[in-house]
Design a protein around this ligand. Sequence first.
Ligand code: TYM
Length: 331
Amino acid sequence: MRIFSGIQPTGRKHLGNYIGAITQYVAGQHRGEAIYCVVDLHATTVAYEPDILRESVYDTAATLLGAGLEPDRCIFFRQSDVHEHTELTWLLSSVTAFGDLNRMTQFKDKSSAQRELVSAGLFFYPVLMAADVLAYRAQEVPVGEDQRQHLELMRDIAERFNARFGQTLVVPEARIPEVGARIMDLQFPDRKMSTTGGSPQGTVYVLDEPPAVSKKIRSAVTDSGTEVVRAPDKAGISNLIEILAAVRGTAPEEIEREFDGEGYGAFKQAVADAVVTYLSPVRERYAQLRADEPKLEQVLEEGAAKAREVASGTLADVREAMGVGPVRPRQ
Ligand code: TYM
């Protein structure tokens, strides 16, 4: 089983990223051949500062390593170090429908939020994402719910490529967790928790100090009822139930049973304590790892060398299938 996923470089990974994706990356190392990258090229599709981007790659790398990625058990690298991703993006664009890109909800949301230039890169974002995964012929892609549409598009791209040029690429499956695939903002529980679109008080960051984590959870917006159960008109409580279930690795029903008759105050305190205990070790390991930039750089470079070995094989096959470049000599 080959597993691939990517994560944007921002210094501020939040609880949604952690529960929806990062814990799955760590688990993936023990289930198969796991390949993960920090997608710095995707980060250039919206307004950004070059110096901050470079730093953010290290921040994200230290967060993931702090969360438990082990460079001996997975391939972990920076996207821009492996040029095959950008070449494959171009080659895949020939089997990507303009109309499909136009329908991407993330493009619509992000382009309407841009105050300056809406870059062509933002429009092409999903093709680069398809190239990330298809370059490794990955079977499985662990992601949160918000990436479902991008995953469907990349499956279409792979299928269209194979139909047009012959069986070359693997059609990947999304792996979206049953619990925690869409963690919501604590202040606006009808919106997903997000670095760009969320509220500061409603977003728990992985690197927040324990008192801040605790305060944000205890001040989460809830309804005027008292019952700890999931319901469509109880978005805030439903979100906290989901968070606690994910952190404990149990089912939401278990949480409802445990807190039956307890009231919101005790429940919120329990969620706050559980999340503090969950994130604290990551924050502590992060501090040590982040302090050693040369070491982080070395990990990423070694990862890129391993990634390149896999991706270059796929690229050679894709070029050959498409009639791009000279005929490959027979071996
Ligand atoms: P990014 O960096 O925005 O998010 C990283 C992962 O976190 C998940 N996530 C969430 N999960 C649960 N609740 C939330 N509120 C929440 N917010 C974010 C995302 O679903 C994601 O899995 N386009 C991707 C990066 C990417 C990629 C790839 C992913 C680039 N190439 C190839 C998979 C495969 C993104 O922006 O993720």
